[in-house]
Each structure stands twice: as structure tokens, then as C-alpha cells.
Design a protein around this ligand. Structure first.
Ligand code: AMP
Ligand code: GLY
Length: 427
């Protein structure tokens, strides 16, 4: 079959790498892809926003399955348009993707269906938001309702920080239209896990547990990023907790979405806060997590393509996934300055050497491109060095060994990805 993958980040490299191994796949295209994806798929010079050109190309080439990686085209409705053309698509409809695209929709949906999440209020008027914040007090969490590349959430420790955040999001509009509405919610404590599941409109097939590290600094301090690293499994996610997540979150969401007229088909990602066994939903994403996908797919032994097709066709019931029991861990190598301003076009060295190191290590490309016969940086998150190990500590060590031979001007990565899981491994 002919598959088109939309996107060009680390998640998409992992998806392309995994799909390319499927005996079902004759041709794999990726729009736009990156320098790493180019080794396993034919990259097309189409940006993810170019919906009309993508549709034209899908019709011309008679693509059998389109897999949508990032949230942008989902929230823009690309899947609905492709389905209208009769094409099988992995990814939720525009209406269902609002669970990620609009935080107000997500919070109101949770409230309607008793899905546990932090108490909140939404505002369109900055003065009312400020008045509420002053009565509520700090710490408090402020979220731009729309999509803001993972940067629209600020956990404010002081009232002054909260006031400045309202000013930036609602008045200065640093996230543009995404800040027209804000959600102000109470600050939760606990440990976070990422819960990802395949959904076909009705049936739910959970993936292995995983955890990511969002903060730029070691020890989880500093600004939030799209994710600095991730690992799977998550020791915190016991079978009992998994059943609790299914009962309190996943099954009610999927049932309610179908009942409200927009059945969810695709990958449903719940970001959860776990506090002494109590579950609260921090966010939903309408897509695979990045970088969670990189360690998850390194552990997945089953063929991914039939699973994605089953989500598209509503035939997920009874399917299972075989996982490598070994943990996998991904360390993101980012450009200096990220998540603020950073340079691009810097020459990356050591990729070949790192790639030859072991079959337990994969260097997934996130922000890279070919330029004059060299691979150069093209984004904030540049690479996701991902490794399997007998333990999380060994996986981390292997990822570090590979990361050490890779270099460009300003490269930075956290040396402590997985520290909570590693602490739990100590006898
Ligand atoms: P989100 O994009 O909604 O997942 O938020 C990004 C990060 O902000 C989360 O991974 C949490 O670390 C943090 N966060 C979001 N909401 C809350 C909350 N209500 N309480 C504490 N931390 C939060
Ligand atoms: N790693 C967090 C996300 O994909 O949103």
C-alpha cells in the first residue's frame, strides 16, 4: 500500500522508521519530512499547512492511508477533507481534535462528563481574569486556549508573575489568536505521566506507559519546552492505575465524544497528574506525543500499520500490541537558546558514528535538513537519541554515549532524563 505521513519532527521520524519496516508498505511518502526521514521515506516539498496541495497530491497518487502527525492540520480539518474524498486517514476529525485545539472546549467537556481535571474559569476579558486571579491567589496556572506549540501554559508561582502572564497572553497577544481566551486553573501537585491510546471511534487500545520531561533545565526547572526527553515504561503506571485511567478518563471521553456526535479516531493522549493515586487530567492531545513516540516505537514489536488502519476503519476491537520488555529512553538534543530564540543552519557532525553504535540506539531527527551535502540544524529540538537497555539507567547511558559523539555549535541536552525511574531502580 501507499502511505503518506504528514509532518517533519522527531515523532514523524519514529513513525516513518517504524512504518517503513512493515511488509504492508510499498511506498512511504512524507510531507515535508526531514533529513532523517529522507532515509526511510520519499520526502515531498509540501508544508503541513498546505492542505489543498496535499489533497491534490493524495488524489493524484491514489494514496491508501494518510497518517497525520502534528496537531496543526488536525485542528485545521485536514482529516475531514481527506475522508470526504474517500481516503483512509489516521487522525481525529476537526471537531474531535478540539480536545487539544481548544483548552476551553476541553475543560467544558471534562466538566460535562465528570472527567477529573483541575477547577477552572475561562476569560475573554483580561480585567476579569486579573480580578479572579487576585481573589484566588498564587500559585495558579494560566493557559492560552488555542494552540501555542506547547508554550501556552504558564504555572505562575506569584501573583506578579500571573499578572504579567495575563498581560503577555491577553493584551500583548504573544501567542496571537490563541490567547483570545484563557483558562485559569488551580495548580495541581504530583507526578506526571503520559497515557497514549489508539482509538477507533469506540474501542480503545492503550499503548505502554511513558513519562516525559517538559522543562529545559535538569531537575525539571526552567521554561517549558515541547519535551526534552521521555522514557517508557513509566514505573508509576501500575496495572491498577492503568485500569483507573481507563475507567475515569479514557472510556468516558471516547463514549462521550461518540455520544456528542464526533467519535474519536486516532491517537488520544492524556497528560495526567497523579497525586497519591488520584488522577487529574492536565491536557489532552489529539496526536502521538513528541518525544514519547520515539521510545514507545523503539519498544513496539508489532507492526504499526495494521493498528493505524484499524483506527481509521473502526476495526480495533481485539487487536493487541507486543512490547519489548526492555525500557527505552529518548534524550532530545536541542539548539542553544531553545525554547527561546535559537540559530538554525548549523552543521551537525558525528551522526554516522552515532548511527553505527548499536542496534539498540536510534537517532531520530526532529529539526534537521540537508544543505549542500551536509545535515544541518533546522529547528529547536534537533535530534532525539533513543536507546533500549536492560534498565532505564542502561538505556540512559547508551543514549548519552551516542549523544556524546554528536556535535554542532550550541548543542544542549539534559543529562538527567529518566531520573525518577532510575531512582526507583536503585535497590
Ligand atoms: P499542558 O500543555 O496543559 O500539558 O501544560 C504543560 C505543563 O504545565 C504540564 O505538563 C504541567 O507540567 C504543567 N501544568 C499544566 N496544568 C497544570 C496544573 N493545573 N497544575 C500544575 N501544573 C500544570
Ligand atoms: N511531549 C508532550 C507532547 O507531545 O505534547
Amino acid at each position: 500500500m501507499k502511505i503518506l505521513l504528514i509532518g517533519g519532527g522527531g515523532r514523524e521520524h519514529a513513525l516513518a522508521w517504524k512504518m517503513a519496516q512493515s511488509p504492508l508498505v510499498d511506498v512511504l511518502y512524507c510531507a515535508p519530512g526531514n533529513a532523517g526521514i529522507a532515509a526511510v521515506a520519499t520526502c515531498l516539498p509540501l508544508a503541513v499547512e498546505e492542505g489543498a496541495a496535499i489533497r491534490e497530491w493524495v488524489a493524484e497518487q491514489k494514496i491508501d492511508l494518510v497518517v497525520v502527525g502534528p496537531e496543526g492540520p488536525l485542528v485545521a480539518g485536514l482529516t475531514d477533507q481527506l475522508r470526504q474524498m474517500g481516503v483512509a486517514v489516521f487522525g481525529p476529525s476537526q471537531a474531535a481534535a478540539a480536545i487539544e485545539g481548544s483548552k476551553v472546549f476541553m475543560k467544558d467537556f471534562c466538566a460535562r462528563h465528570d472527567i477529573p481535571t483541575a477547577s477552572y474559569r475561562s476569560f475573554t476579558d483580561p480585567r476579569l481574569a486579573l480580578a479572579y486571579i487576585r481573589t484566588h491567589g498564587a500559585p495558579i496556572v494560566i493557559k492560552a486556549s488555542g494552540l501555542a506549540a506547547g508554550k501556552g501554559v504558564v504555572v505562575c508561582q506569584t501573583l506578579a508573575e500571573a499578572e504579567e502572564t495575563i498581560q503577555r497572553i491577553m493584551v500583548a497577544r504573544v501567542f496571537g489568536q490563541a490567547g483570545e481566551v484563557v483558562v485559569v486553573e488551580s495548580c495541581l501537585r504530583g507526578e506526571e505521566i503520559s497515557f497514549l491510546a489508539l482509538v477507533d471511534g469506540e474501542h480503545i487500545l492503550p499503548l505502554a506507559g511513558c513519562q516525559d520531561h517538559k522543562a529545559i533545565g535538569e531537575g525539571d526547572v526552567g521554561a517549558n519546552t515541547g519535551g526534552m526527553g521521555a522514557y517508557s515504561p513509566a514505573p508509576l503506571l501500575t496495572p491498577a492505575l492503568q485500569e483507573q485511567v481507563m475507567a475515569q478518563v479514557m472510556r468516558p471521553v471516547v463514549r462521550a465524544m461518540a455520544a456528542e456526535g464526533y467519535p474519536y479516531r486516532g491517537l488520544l493522549y492524556a497528560g495526567l497528574m497523579i497525586d497519591e493515586g488520584r488522577i487529574q487530567v492536565l491536557e489532552f492531545n489529539a496526536r502521538f506525543g513528541d518525544p514519547e513516540t520515539q521510545p514507545l516505537l523503539l519498544r513496539m514489536r508489532s507492526d504499526l500499520v495494521p493498528l493505524l488502519l484499524a483506527c481509521a476503519n473502526g476495526s480495533l476491537q481485539g487487536m493487541t500490541i507486543d512490547w519489548d520488555p526492555r525500557p527505552a529512553l529518548c534524550v532530545c538534543l536541542v539548539a542553544g537558546g531553545y525554547p527561546g530564540d535559537y540559530a538554525t543552519g548549523d552543521r551537525i557532525t558525528g551522526l554516522e558514528q552515532a548511527g553505527r553504535m548499536a542496534d539498540t540506539v536510534q537517532c531520530f531527527h526532529a529539526g534537521t535538513r540537508w544543505q549542500g551535502g551536509e545535515v544541518v540544524t533546522a529547528g529547536g529540538r534537533v535530534l532525539g537519541v533513543t536507546a533500549l537497555g536492560a534498565t532505564v539507567a542502561e538505556a540512559q547511558q547508551r543514549a548519552h554515549t551516542a549523544a556524546q559523539v554528536i556535535h554542532w555549535e550550541g548543542v544542549y541536552y539534559r543529562r538527567d532524563i529518566g531520573y525518577r525511574a532510575i531512582a526507583r531502580e536503585q535497590p
